[in-house]
Design a protein around this ligand. Structure first.
Ligand SMILES: [Cu+2]
Length: 116
């Protein structure tokens, strides 16, 4: 179990260190391998503010608060479905949940708008 936690932490550090890589994939670049099911099963909850909605890359840039034991507060991209992107705009305050897809992308699972 400790081993898994350490692996997840490493994946997280990698995805936080290079948000510009998570945000975009060059045209013609091979897709990343499928996520290991264990990593995809871990879901995290967080609060934050939407900074921008990128429909072209299917991303929401969110300035998230500290996620204790996982990540310090920062602004970074999350993969978000069109259904979720349609619900928000820049400046919206959110509670949201996400998982790591195992290839360095954090994927939004749920979101709920909150008062500022
Ligand atoms: Cu982060």
């Amino acid at each position: 179990m400790l081993g898994l936690a350490r692996t997840l932490l490493l994946i997280t550090l990698r995805s936080c260190a290079k948000p510009e890589q998570a945000a975009g994939r060059a045209v013609g670049e091979a897709p990343k391998p499928a996520a290991p099911p264990l990593a995809a099963a871990v879901r995290y909850a967080a609060r934050g503010v939407v900074r921008s909605v990128d429909d072209e890359k299917s991303m929401l840039w969110i300035a998230h608060d500290d996620i204790p034991g996982y990540m310090k507060a920062m602004t970074m991209p999350f993969v978000a479905s069109s259904a979720l992107r349609r619900l928000v705009r820049a400046g919206d305050h959110l509670e949201f949940s996400f998982h790591d897809d195992g290839s360095g992308n954090l994927v939004l699972d749920t979101l709920r708008k909150t008062a500022p």
